[in-house]
Design a protein around this ligand. Structure first.
Ligand SMILES: [Fe+2]
Ligand SMILES: [Fe+2]
Length: 306
């Protein structure tokens, strides 16, 4: 089949999954999750109290992760541009694009309100980081390929779900955990939407879909990879067990690969078959690297707690 017609062929699947999404997703209100009573004026225009690091009750790793997650959410205009350009703004695709954007918009609002109200992070550094990050925008690694884009967002939504969930879990603040669990639940529904689409694409064009999945997994980068000092922040996040190679392998890539029953797919040939082998090989290397990382982390943790 001709891949350029794929988006048109998938439109009925989009419609079905859009309706399923709308029936499943429950409205929620960010203001209900923010502890406003903890808030007070900052210095500057209102002459309140300046931010001090000791006002934050969160660990350094939790703060780093919340900043990365928030800056990632902040770049929504660029993501909207990417998916609107790829999927279009008409019909079921368009309804999804706008609905998804509206839901994602809630995440940045809610997390920023929480961080500022609880004085969890330096508000000036946060704003400067937002300006710098959004100033560079986000360009997808997969512009021009609908299949690669659908594969990428499937893994990316699951990755952000796990990152939000685990950040909440290690935050030590039940209010933060409740808020991030709510955000994570949204990301999960987004993942299900895209994963179902990827499944349908896999049936329509198995070889091309297999190639796209393989390429996307091999070159996967988090959507916030353009954040300043992202590599250093990622190490901190991995060391804290929020998002690391083991989690990426076990809780992000494998569940989707398994769900698509890639192993059992009999319709592959030529490059599709080669891509499946390539993915298989890559996953075993990823698994070995994850083992190595966990061992190194154990040694480092033992050293710091000694
Ligand atoms: Fe989000
Ligand atoms: Fe999402």
């Amino acid at each position: 089949m001709v891949i350029s017609s794929l988006l048109r062929d998938l439109e009925p699947v989009v419609e079905t999954n859009l309706n399923r999404h709308l029936a499943t997703a429950r409205d929620w209100f960010p203001h209900e999750y923010v502890p406003w009573s903890q808030g007070r004026d900052f210095d500057g225009a209102l002459g309140g109290q300046a931010w001090q690091p000791d006002q934050s009750v969160l660990s350094e790793a939790a703060r780093t992760s919340l900043i990365v997650n928030l800056l990632t959410e902040d770049n929504l205009p660029s993501y909207h541009h990417e998916i609107a350009a790829m999927f279009g703004r008409d019909g079921a695709w368009g309804t999804w694009v706008h609905r998804w954007t509206a839901e994602e918009g809630r995440h940045g609002v809610a997390i920023r309100d929480y961080l500022l109200t609880t004085r969890a992070v330096d508000p000036i550094a946060l704003e400067l980081a937002r300006m710098s990050h959004m100033g560079s925008g986000f360009v997808s690694d997969h512009t021009g390929s609908a299949l690669h884009s659908i594969a990428y967002v499937s893994f990316q939504e699951l990755a952000t779900r796990v990152a939000h969930r685990n950040t909440g879990r290690i935050s030590g603040d039940p209010i933060c955990e409740r808020l991030l669990a709510k955000v994570a639940a949204d990301e999960n529904l987004h993942m299900v939407f895209y994963r179902n689409l990827l499944g349908a694409a896999f049936e329509l064009a198995p070889n091309e879909a297999m190639r796209a999945i393989c390429n996307v997994v091999k070159g996967f980068q988090m959507p916030g990879h353009g954040i300043e000092n992202f590599a250093r922040k990622s190490v901190q996040i991995a060391m804290a067990g929020i998002y690391d190679l083991r989690i990426h392998h076990d809780e992000v890539v494998m569940p989707i690969v398994r769900h698509l029953r890639i192993d059992a797919c009999e319709g592959l040939s030529g490059d599709g078959e080669a891509a499946r082998d390539e993915l298989d090989h890559f996953m075993s290397i990823l698994d070995k690297n994850a083992v190595r990382f966990e061992e190194r982390r154990e040694i480092l943790r033992a050293r710091t707690t000694r």
